[in-house]
Design a protein around this ligand. Sequence first.
Ligand SMILES: [Zn+2]
Length: 189
Amino acid sequence: MNSEWNIRTCTDQCVACQKKFADREALMSRLRFAEDGYLREDFCSACWPSRSQREGGEVSAWSAIWVAPEKKAPEPLKKETAESLLREMMETDDPSRRNVIFILAVMLERRRILVEKEVQLQPDGRKIRVYEHKQTGESFVVPDPQLRLKEIESVQLEVMELLGIPPPPGKGPKPDPGAEHKAAEPPHA
Ligand SMILES: [Zn+2]
């Protein structure tokens, strides 16, 4: 998938020697910008020093600990959370989701679920933020739409609506954003 945003999980084996990681093994990960988007590569500590730098575009590198996935029971049906909503949205290629994706990522960063690892300025002036999920080690690549304050407020309302959180009084979502300024203020009593 060639999307401007994506989530990259940690693989269970070294990209160079194909050796499976052992539980609690220290590994090194990197993110690089390839032709078809961001590529995440995980290396065992033996292969890391001799990794190829020829491809260029190494955006970010970090160390991680591989934790063998637990066999867990199927999760009970649960309410939409900021995290589940972000994951859903990032599976789409819909450019109109850009602002919502960004605001959700910021929310999760405030809650310390995501940690910002890197901010990359692309040649075309776009800003890309790379977050790491603290628990799963996944990389979330999120373009920063560089919203203005006024826009942030309306996107936040949209996000709250998607999460089923009632908006604060007087700040209900408006069906037609263009009509916002046309509506006449009620005269003061
Ligand atoms: Zn290796």
